[in-house]
Design a protein around this ligand. Sequence first.
Ligand code: NI
Length: 237
Amino acid sequence: MISKNLTPEQQRIVETVAGKVRRVLNKEDPSHDWPHVRRVQNMAVFIGERENADIFVIVLAALLHDVGDWKLYRGDETVGPRLARQILNTVDVPTETVTHVCEIIATMSFKGAGVESRMTTLEGKVVQDADRLDALGAIGIARCFSYGGHKGRPIHDSSRPPVFHQTKESYLQESTSINHFYEKLLLLADLMNTETGRTIARERHRLMEGYLKKFHLEWEGLDAIHILGVLDSLNIT
Ligand code: NI
């Protein structure tokens, strides 16, 4: 059972939609695949129950939020809501629920540090937080390098400083995986909509900061000097 707040009829609809989404997402890269959608759905339900939001809307929006991700369709933002509507039209969902879910999906994506995308409903805020939380922490790190590999990006290039993107076109240009942390991932904790989301984000944010510190040390080979220095001073080597 996904949530005790869904009726048996709603549970059935959710399972049907999940089956269709799973088939569509089979071809995606591992950072936007079915396990990502499942994690976002579970996190959205967790936050939504604490924030007293409409769980049916949340579950449907979470399931459908990446079926037509604009980043994977050369920046076309209309593909996602259109595919979502097509899938929802095959099940018995009230029109206002379809409209609400499609509105959420149209507003969801991060399009660059200086590009605003504001959610208006509580359900939208919850699903956006859940999606952003999956870009943070240990999973966030794994997804960042997986997406970078999928796009053929270098892991790091110390001669290329991170860019604070003002438009979604500039955000879509090539970068490195490490720059992606500074251009997007480390900005997300401050953009959380809900108190629950913010609390979880802070913890995951700290993990990434620690990871990056270590990454740069290893990149420059400085950790080796430090480790051997400590062992030398303890007379272990
Ligand atoms: Ni997503």
